[in-house]
Design a protein around this ligand. Structure first.
Ligand code: FRU
Length: 510
């Protein structure tokens, strides 16, 4: 406890100077539950990833940030940078609230042709497009308190200036009118803004980012609608030489395992309208703890996705002390055909290989009720990665546990052809009554063989099954860190290949 108080004291002092780059003290990243392979802020509250843009070898990650507390508050854009999508450096706050309101979610682009005119002396402007949320208007129960605004950077994303003509897209009288994601539509030389407008998406276009014209609406009667549509994204993916357009729509609440989640639509887009290929509701991640996920702009032919690793059901209550909430691992998105369906598969980015310290492979493991990885692997350490190659899928589970009997089970239930994660006995769960639950995700193929990867951090697991067709992200908060991994099955179950690798902390200097 004394150590915690001391840490809190140090962090309070550090955060009293928010405009300086945050000096990172190694202790900060050793607190209980602190993720070791995921980005989390040195201190205080975060939610959605924002303004993700790749420029001059740097991945910029901005995020909804409240620098004066560990619960949601007046929103700023925090900022972190990475050269490899894995190691992050927290930077000074990029955008502060102002007379037009809090700085809600949005995106950033590289304005290579200086369409905005913000560029000076040949400097390419980076432009951020975000929602100004006016809390006074909200209090007065007005319906036009969310408007879209701009800020630009002429030093490659380090510092930002708000546009004097803000807002650039005024609210027509829709309370939920936010989270602009902007992309360049090359064939018509115009910008497309994809905006969440309550129960649908509205597309706007602009030649210069300042004047916007409404193009069309999408989705009022399609997809999941048990909550508000938020944080959309529109981009194309390659499908054997053809373009498939992807529309991501985050939804809160109404996710497949309650609370917030990311659904997607595949279709065509012609600069004016998005037309879906089918009417099925599809989810990018079936776990409860990926939300507000969107992709980086300017990454050429890779599409890299990252979400907030939490759920609005309990994001304000999770039992961390000095900071609250984390991002998922970055994932690369690809199109896959399964029978007559077209789906998105996600895989952790290949850059993760950088923190793999050693891979221990075991072949042909027969699980006789229970197989403890420690039998074959001298020292099981977290964070780690497990890759299982299975020829004949049966009911089984991978059990993470500690010495005081707390467990999280990741498994497969053949009778329903679903994967699951059960955190009912995972440790601290009583901070909110929906947290202790078992969550399910469908399997999209029926093959007896499968590949499963688990990325396990101190307080989370990300499951990628069938080469990323089924994804689940799940948090847990054990009282003592997990230190055992067992595989259990009541059947005669064997694993063709099991690879374990420990992952180096991204905060560790070496
Ligand atoms: C999604 C969201 C956005 C909004 C932001 C506010 O999590 O509600 O719609 O811009 O968070 O922090």
């Amino acid at each position: 406890m004394k150590k915690r108080l001391f840490l809190y004291f140090i962090i309070s002092i550090l955060s009293a100077f928010p405009s300086k780059a945050q000096p990172i003290s190694p202790e900060i990243y050793q607190e209980q539950h602190r993720p070791q392979i995921h980005f989390s802020p040195a201190a205080h509250w975060i939610n959605d990833p924002n303004g993700m843009v790749y420029y001059k070898g740097i991945y910029h990650l901005f995020f909804q940030y409240y620098p004066n507390g560990t619960t949601w508050g007046p929103m700023h854009w925090g900022h972190a940078e990475s050269k490899d999508l894995i190691h992050w450096k927290e930077m000074p706050i990029a955008l502060y609230p102002d007379s037009l309101g809090y700085i809600f979610s949005g995106s950033a682009i590289v304005d290579s042709n200086n369409t905005s005119g913000f560029g000076k002396n040949g400097k390419t402007p980076l432009v951020a497009i975000f929602t100004h949320h006016d809390p006074k208007g909200e209090e007065k129960n007005k319906d036009d308190f969310q408007n879209q605004s701009l800020a630009f950077s002429l030093d490659d994303g380090e510092t930002w200036t708000k546009y004097a003509g803000n807002p650039v897209l005024k609210n027509p009288g829709i309370k939920d009118f936010r989270d602009p994601k902007v992309m360049w539509y090359a064939s018509e030389k115009k910008w497309i803004m994809t905006l969440a407008t309550k129960d649908r998406i509205t597309f706007y276009s602009s030649p210069n980012l300042k004047n916007w014209k409404k193009e069309s609406e999408f989705g009022k009667d399609l997809g999941a609608h048990h909550g508000v549509w938020e944080c959309p994204d529109l981009f194309s993916l390659d499908d054997h030489g053809k373009k498939v357009w992807v529309l991501l729509v985050n939804l809160n609440p109404g996710g497949p395992n309650k609370g917030s989640a990311t659904q997607y639509f595949l279709g065509t887009f012609n600069g004016n309208k998005f037309i879906p290929l089918d009417e099925k509701t599809k989810w990018l991640d079936y776990g409860p703890d990926e939300y507000a996920g969107i992709t980086w702009s300017n990454t050429a032919n890779r599409k890299i996705f990252l979400g907030w690793m939490s759920n609005w059901m309990y994001a304000n209550q999770v039992p961390t002390i000095n900071w609250r909430n984390t991002m998922t691992l970055p994932r690369e998105l690809k199109i896959k055909h399964v029978g007559n369906d077209i789906l998105i598969a996600s895989e952790p980015v290949k850059e993760l290989a950088k923190i793999v310290s050693n891979i221990i492979s075991n072949k042909n493991i027969s699980v006789d009720k229970s197989f403890d990885l420690a039998q074959n692997i001298k020292e099981i350490k977290f964070p780690c990665r497990l890759d299982l190659d299975i020829d004949m899928l049966k009911n089984f589970s991978i059990v993470l546990s500690n010495d005081i009997g707390e467990v999280t089970k990741i498994g497969y239930d053949k009778s329903i052809n679903q994967f699951y994660i059960d955190r009912t006995k995972s440790g601290k769960t009583d901070f909110q009554n929906e947290f202790a639950a078992k969550h399910f995700a469908p399997r999209f193929i029926n093959n007896p063989s499968t590949k499963i990867s688990l990325l396990i951090d101190v307080s989370s697991v990300e499951l990628f099954a069938d080469d990323g067709l089924t994804v689940m992200t799940e948090l847990f908060f054990p009282n003592k860190d997990y230190n055992h991994i067992k595989i259990q099955s009541a059947e005669n179950f064997s694993i063709k290949k099991l690879a374990y690798s420990s992952l180096k902390s991204i905060w560790q200097k070496d």
